[in-house]
Design a protein. Structure first.
Length: 285
């Protein structure tokens, strides 16, 4: 039987979240340290541990069928793969930064400057769109020290908190690209593997939905029930059970995380008491 081969970053900012998702899909694997390939016990899948930069190429070539990788790395690679799903983790942005002491009035200030980056393609496209000619210096690491050592006038690098920029005396002046992790897939995947992929996607969707929702239980006087039920649509409709205390009921439902606190406040106002909120592992519709 064929196995689906998933590429994940071996160690880095995407590793933990990628592997957590696999586990949340109910898939377990032998997690020996330093292994390149791990077999899953209860799903026909193998996990290939790679440097993130290698993932798009491995998926394009079909050495891996699917992989979790940052969009920044994917776009920079120029590899031809399918983007199956945006994952919502690994969010970051690629920005241009210049020394703090320098004035900045707009993108034209970058004209004829030199910019150090590990993302020459993404940066090149951005500058072209803006009609700016600059000299792109491709370097592979420690980009943020380039202006300080006189290697370049500016940098283009990943920023999340800005503290690295600050400690290198830089300030962010242009946002070039926003990124998150994506699930990518090989273009010529076999029918058997496609079937496995769909099974995995079904589980991923359930896990995603579960993360966005909470299970809620509360007690309410019967006279408030109508109002409370109107606030809790649930999957179909909420469950209502009588409490041992006359005139009171317990209401169970599922609520969305987006308007979670507003809902809780409204429920309290409507007369709800003893509100209990619990995480959900899976939510299958
Ligand atoms: P590797 O050894 O696999 O090449 P790396 O050093 O290139 O690792 P990481 O720093 O682990 O890569 O980042 C992996 C990806 O995580 C980035 O390409 C980006 O998509 C994402 N990411 C999310 N937040 C951040 C952040 N604050 N800084 C850097 N990358 C981030
Ligand atoms: Zn990398």
């Amino acid at each position: 039987m064929e196995k689906l081969r998933l590429a994940v970053q071996k160690s880095g900012r995407l590793s933990e979240k990628s592997l957590d998702l696999v586990k949340e899909c109910g898939i377990s694997y032998a997690s020996g340290t330093g292994k390149l390939l791990a077999s899953c016990y209860n799903f026909p899948m193998e996990i290939l541990f790679l440097r993130d930069d290698d993932i798009p190429g491995y998926v394009e070539d079909g050495v891996a069928d699917i992989g979790f990788v940052g969009e920044n790395v994917l776009i920079e690679s120029g590899r031809k793969v399918k983007t199956i799903e945006r994952m919502g983790f690994g969010r970051c942005r690629l920005s241009i930064a210049i020394p703090r002491s320098q004035e900045y009035n707009g993108i034209e200030d970058l004209q004829n400057k030199s910019i150090a980056t590990s993302y020459p393609h993404i940066l090149g496209k951005f500058l072209k769109e803006k009609g700016v000619k600059a000299d792109i210096h491709e370097i592979s690491g420690s980009v943020e020290i380039a202006p300080g050592i006189g290697l370049a006038d500016a940098i283009c690098d990943i920023v999340s908190t800005g503290s690295t920029l600050l400690s290198n005396g830089l300030k962010e002046v242009e946002s070039v690209f926003t990124s998150e992790a994506v699930l990518i897939g090989h273009k010529g995947i076999s029918a058997e593997k496609q079937h496995l992929l769909e099974k995995l996607l079904f589980r991923l969707a359930s896990v995603k939905r579960a993360k966005n929702n909470k299970y809620i239980m509360l007690n309410a006087p019967n006279k408030s029930l109508q109002k409370i039920i109107a606030l809790l649509p649930g999957i179909n409709s909420p469950t209502v059970q009588s409490l041992a205390t006359e005139g009171w009921s317990s209401v169970h439902s599922v609520i969305n995380e987006d308007d979670f606190w507003e809902k809780i406040e409204a429920l309290k106002k409507a007369g709800a008491e003893g509100i209990l909120v619990m995480p959900i592992d899976n939510l299958i519709l």
